[in-house]
Design a binder for this molecule. Structure first.
Ligand code: RET
Length: 334
């Protein structure tokens, strides 16, 4: 039962309080970002809306699991003779809730990736499944292995190796998904999947480090380091990853012509853009009359058909634009 080093190590009050703080700040951040992710969905093209919505689900799941770890932590120690000592009765501390949480969130995080890469629905399902299988096997091998974190480390190491094999398989599948998505990723957004790849390796790679730490001995610093790495990795792989993906799909939506996304990304112009001077119209009295831009108004030049349709009420005039040296765009539409 005492398979976690937390239950055999006496902590200084700084160490104990540092872990309390880390756990509390982590679940607080997860709960706080639920609302953010829900709200960021409505600017996105419908096909990408599930990306931040799934982040909100991940936030809720992680928040509850870490809240559970936090209350376990509070109940597992007693302050006796100036130090926090594990009670190891009634309640014992365990990291198993983390693995339970990952079982839910890892498949979700991988599904988000497939959606964000703009794959077709059938490919999203297929790719998500192909990544989720090694992902879940990796976690369950690790869950079983972490029960051997105290004493003889052969159990910890054996299952750590099994889990690492699933991890390598997962890495290959993730790479395949990113490559498959590159085809329909517009050129200006191509650096994103590439950066995402390195972010994925750097942050997911933290978990095996935390897993292996107990081998350095049952010490207070190791307990603190393991909890800190797990929490930091969780914030990176769930929250920061969610922010990156939300931003990526916002750009994709804007690029694909979805107007609310373009609005959300645009900053307001410093002054109303009315175009420069230069437009002239020919009328009956003067050969060329200036038609300067009027803020808030359109200048409409019509052709002969419209003159006929309006019974001659609106005149089809000749018009021209003189080059004034300032940049101007003309978009004729027929
Ligand atoms: C274990 C066991 C030791 C070997 C390896 C592991 C990898 C775990 C990983 C977990 C990722 C979790 C995420 C959770 C987010 O919600 C199981 C520690 C390789 C990569 C991303």
């Amino acid at each position: 039962a005492l398979s976690s080093i937390e239950n055999i190590v006496t902590l200084t009050s700084q160490q104990y309080q540092l872990v309390s703080l880390i756990l509390m700040v982590s679940y607080g951040a997860f709960f706080a970002f639920i609302l953010f992710f829900v709200m960021s969905a409505h600017n996105l093209a419908p096909r990408y809306r599930l990306v931040p919505i799934l982040s909100a689900v991940v936030m809720a799941s992680a928040g509850i699991s870490l809240l559970q770890e936090f209350s376990l932590w509070k109940e597992s120690y007693a302050f006796v003779d100036g130090a926090f000592r594990p009670l190891a009765e009634n309640e014992v501390f365990t990291n198993a809730y983390r693995y339970g949480n990952w079982t839910i969130t890892v498949p979700i995080l991988l599904t988000q990736l497939a959606i964000a890469m703009g794959l077709r629905q059938s490919d999203v399902n297929r790719r998500a499944l192909r990544m989720a299988v090694p992902g879940v096997l990796m976690i369950w091998a690790g869950l079983y292995g972490q029960f051997g974190a105290v004493g003889d480390f052969s159990h910890l190491n054996l299952w750590g190796v099994v889990s690492t094999i699933f991890f390598l398989w997962l890495i290959l599948e993730v790479r395949q998904t990113l490559i498959a998505g590159m085809v329909n990723t517009p050129d200006i957004l191509k650096p994103w999947p590439n950066n995402l790849w390195w972010f994925f390796l750097a942050t997911w790679g933290l978990y095996p480090i935390a897993y292996a730490l107990p081998q350095l001995g049952p010490k207070g610093e190791i307990v603190v380091a393991q909890q800190a790495i797990f929490c930091f990795a969780d914030i990176a792989t769930k929250l920061i990853y969610g922010l990156i993906l939300a931003r990526f799909v916002l750009r994709r939506s804007a690029f694909e012509g979805y107007m609310p996304a373009a609005d959300a990304m645009a900053s307001p112009p410093e002054k109303p853009n009315t175009g420069g001077p230069g437009l002239q119209v020919m009328n009956a009295q003067d050969p060329w009359v200036e038609a300067p831009p009027i803020p808030g108004a359109f200048v409409v030049n019509i052709g002969d058909i419209f003159e006929a349709w309006s019974g001659g009420r609106y005149k089809s005039t000749q018009h021209r634009v003189l080059n004034q040296g300032t940049e101007r765009f003309s978009c004729p539409l027929f």
